[in-house]
Design a protein around this ligand. Sequence first.
Ligand SMILES: Nc1ncnc2c1ncn2[C@@H]1O[C@H](COP(=O)(O)OP(=O)(O)OP(=O)(O)O)[C@@H](O)[C@H]1O
Ligand SMILES: [Mg+2]
Length: 237
Amino acid sequence: MPHDPIPTGKSDPPSSLVFRQVSKVYDDSLGGNRFALRDVSFDVPTGSRVAIVGRSGSGKSTLLHLAAGIDVPTGGEVLIGGHNLGTLSERSRTLLRREQIGLIFQFFHLLPHLSVQDNVALPELIAGQEMSEITRRVSQLLERVGLQDRSQDNIQKLSGGEMQRVAICRALIRKPPLLLADEPTGNLDDANSRLVMEMMLKMAAEQESTLIYVTHSGELADLADQVWSLHSGILET
Ligand SMILES: Nc1ncnc2c1ncn2[C@@H]1O[C@H](COP(=O)(O)OP(=O)(O)OP(=O)(O)O)[C@@H](O)[C@H]1O
Ligand SMILES: [Mg+2]
């Protein structure tokens, strides 16, 4: 005879990210459909680190955009920290993204007219965090990536590898439970790629952030706990 589960008084935290039969279809210029993702389902446990590999056009960026709530699926459901994105307004999705997700891009997306320090501080400034706390946190992060002596420099004075280290600090400053990185080392040489990737993995682990990153490098993918591959919009986990 089946027993009811024994109540433990605590419930497991919701998974960082869940996809349930997610599809994304674009109209092509000939009036047909182009499937960027087909029936993709997965559940990323909190704190895990996943690398996504796949050919150009296989749907990697589409998957990350849907995971970030930047774009919406044409079918299926996306849940972030237990919240179903499909039931939220665009405004609520934006707020959820600011609180729950750190984003890192291939071309950094830093603000060229700001200093290193202000680029890192930006998410905290938007959130209205207290200035003394922001300053403390920015210097802690910059020290962690070895850029403490560059904090006052204009961002444009930095090398590509240095810029990506700044972008990682910016993505992590609000301690987001979920970190998404689209080819974060795609614009860096081999030595810098390894350094930046190892830094990103280590800092995500220290903050207990779940990390999902896209890479073209098998060697860098192998640094993750799991490697998933996409083939023409179909995911193999
Ligand atoms: N806005 C759009 N309109 C139409 N088709 C699109 C759009 N965005 C992406 N696609 C198509 O969806 C497919 C997946 O694109 P996606 O950018 O996700 O690929 P990717 O795996 O990130 O490729 P890459 O490695 O080159 O960055 C491609 O065929 C692409 O042309
Ligand atoms: Mg891409």
